[in-house]
Write a protein that binds this ligand. Sequence first.
Ligand code: ADE
Length: 227
Amino acid sequence: MRFDIITVLPSLLESPFAHSILQRAQKKGLAEIHVHNLRDYASNKQKSVDDYPYGGGSGMVMQIEPFANCIEKLMAERHYDDVIYMTPDGETLNQDIANGFSSKENIVILCGHYKGIDQRIRDIFVTREISIGDYVLSGGELPAAILVDSIIRLIPGVLSDETSALSDSFQDGLLDAPIYSRPAEWRGHQVPDILLSGNEAKIAAWRHEQQLKRTLERRPDLLEDSE
Ligand code: ADE
């Protein structure tokens, strides 16, 4: 799967993809991440990409031209399944949305700054608008990194044990059960006996019960959604 991310701060996106699972996914050829500097697509001498808003008001607006130049160049090279704009007024990212994107081949992600981007970019090019939650960040780069991470771990072959993505919290609509490792007792705190019993059926039943309990306590909305 290929990601093309358009940003005014490319250096902000160097590190998030250079470690662990995301780095391995790229080395295995399962994910390609291309970061494009929006300023390279500005046609004025100053390489500026923002301007004052028509109608007045505070803050600057990212102009249509540099985004259009970059998106059209990419679109001339290959087909894109989606052009995603990261914005706090988009649909809130969840596991279902990440699952949906993980079967796509090529996506473009636009990172906004200042007050946002010219509405015409959204109207003409953008096919999905995604928020990572009800709070406002300084730009779309960190949200883009979060979106890409949530998708890449779902691409078949990225996680060594494929079932581990399937058993993530939210995949079955429930939060995860508590997990433990050695030692079985630490300063008087015991691992639940059932996990040491070796009885797989009983362990599976216990885990499911714990998932329900945790979800009911912490995120009852998830249980209502599945009704
Ligand atoms: N840009 C700024 N805040 C954001 C958010 N919460 N989600 C997505 N993009 C954003």
